[in-house]
Design a protein around this ligand. Structure first.
Ligand SMILES: *Cc1c(COP(=O)(O)O)cnc(C)c1O
Length: 477
């Protein structure tokens, strides 16, 4: 299996080579030259596997350049009931992603039982183990630099804490995260984790990261890397839970099942698209957006029109407050015939006009691709949270509620539909209280989190100061 860039400028490379690189050199995203296929008899054979062994079977199809036994042990050390211990009472933590039926044919795949209570742990924990393995083989070090408004930063820190050869420098907007999110990140005492609280907004923090990354000399001399959602290893690791969910829900070897996915950067649902391309019987992929509905508009009209920052709204499902979905390029590459020339032309149009529209044959392929989409707004998510709580005693977080809202509207009659749970309600207590009038329970691994001592550096939004800080903390080996 080799990987190429969506923009056609990079030489084919292995999985082992691309995962530490992130973005391709030509600015495109790495994709497999072709998708591996899974046969019905393989699917049947995978029925009894543990999550870890299923992950091994799926990932070995992608992981060129990685020793198979090493991959198996990475999967087994990552997907343990101990790491994914935050299951709801009554749910089996050893399933890693237990499936809970909510109502007639509508299930909840619980992906948020990891250390930071969000689905990003599913791939990020694996990425941490993989990076440590690859860096160890190559005798290299990596200093991960990122900016976070909450979920991604904490998932990265919990995945990388204590790992040999890795340090994390994570910028966050000082005083602008919830108490729970702050405590999650700042209470980590591991010496390889550096929290930098920037006196400014998330966008300012993000701009600093971009400025540091664009200083190629600094980036090279300080071995700076990233872990953002375009990293192929994260996408590939996310395909595993589509297989797991389908195996748990499907009654026969070829029963089509739909998935509903709350979407921001299009990473989570892209993994479902890849699972479908691999031959998993996926009926439809239902994309749920919040008030930031760029993707819903695309799947309704064929027009992709990202908004500017002034028209990207702050909502009560904040991890989906994204206008430009960074993984969308991979899907567009596939549905426009996997042609780098065509992709480059579309992105040029996007840069020049702020939008592009797929029509003709391309639009036919979009319509045949199994996707549909809808939007859910504040009142919808409150109603869904309250309704589920009152009728079935299940609490869901605001993002998952967007997924359930849209799933109920768009699912096909008679076809089972699985909603992906992207976070636990404990992370968004104030919206849960507004919706259901109660405070969500906090899993025992996070009990007392906000009382633990915190460790972080407060800094002005200044590129020079951040570079100096990184320099000081990377000079000692
Ligand atoms: C990251 C995130 C999303 C969006 O996932 P994408 O892969 O960016 O589409 C949705 N909900 C929660 C809680 C998240 O943390």
């Amino acid at each position: 299996m080799s990987y190429v860039s969506t923009r056609g400028g990079d030489a084919p490379a292995t999985y082992a080579e691309i995962v530490l690189r992130g973005l391709a050199q030509d600015g495109g995203l790495f994709v497999p030259q072709s998708y591996p296929r899974v046969t019905p008899s393989e699917l049947r054979r995978w029925r009894g596997l543990s999550y870890a062994d299923l992950a091994f079977e799926v990932l070995r199809l992608f992981a060129s350049g990685i020793d198979e036994e090493a991959l198996r042990s990475l999967c087994r050390s990552t997907y343990t009931a101990q790491t994914y211990c935050n299951a709801r009472p009554g749910q089996d933590a050893s399933e890693i992603t237990p499936l809970l039926w909510l109502e007639d044919g509508l299930g909840l795949l619980q992906l948020s039982n990891g250390p930071t209570l969000a689905f990003k742990d599913m791939a990020m924990q694996f990425l941490g183990a993989l990076f440590e393995h690859l860096l160890g083989l190559q005798g290299r070090r990596l200093n991960i630099l990122g900016a976070t408004s909450g979920d991604t930063g904490s998932a990265a820190e919990y995945a990388m804490r204590g790992r040999r050869g890795i340090r994390v420098f994570m910028l966050s907007p000082y005083g602008r995260m919830s108490g729970f999110q702050r405590a999650q990140m700042y209470s980590l005492q591991d010496p390889n984790i550096f929290n930098i609280a920037v006196k400014g907004t998330f966008d300012q923090a993000q701009d600093i990261v971009k400025a540091v990354s664009n200083d190629h000399a600094f980036k090279a001399s300080h071995a700076i890397g990233t872990v953002n959602s375009i990293n192929w290893a994260r996408v590939a690791a996310q395909t595993v839970y589509y297989f797991k969910g389908w195996l748990a829900a499907a009654g026969s070897d070829d029963e089509p099942v739909s998935f509903a996915v709350p979407s921001g950067n299009f990473g989570d649902v892209l993994a479902g698209w890849i699972a479908r391309q691999m031959g998993l019987p996926v009926a439809s992929l239902i994309v749920a957006t919040n008030e930031n509905d760029v993707l819903a508009e695309f799947f309704e009209t064929g027009c992709y029109r990202p908004r500017d920052p002034a028209h990207t709204y702050v909502t009560s499902s904040p991890s989906m407050d994204i206008s430009r979905a960074s993984n969308f390029e991979r899907y567009v590459f596939d549905v426009t015939g996997r042609s780098p020339e065509r992709l480059r032309a579309l992105w040029k149009e996007l840069d020049e006009k702020g939008s592009f529209t797929l029509s003709g044959e391309d639009w036919e392929r979009v319509k045949a691709s199994g996707f549909c989409a809808g939007r859910s707004v504040h009142a919808d998510r409150l109603r869904t949270i309250r309704g589920l709580w009152e009728t079935s005693g299940v609490l869901v977080d605001p993002h998952t509620a967007d997924g359930i809202t849209v799933a109920r509207r768009k699912r096909l009659p008679g076809v089972k539909c699985i909603c992906l749970e992207t976070a636990q309600p404990a992370k968004f207590a104030s919206t849960i209280r507004e919706a259901a009038g109660i405070l969500p329970p906090v899993p025992s691994s996070c009990a007392g989190l906000e009382d633990r001592p915190q460790r972080f550096e407060v800094m002005e939004p200044d590129v020079r100061a951040v570079k100096d800080y990184i320099d000081r903390h990377t000079s000692e080996q």
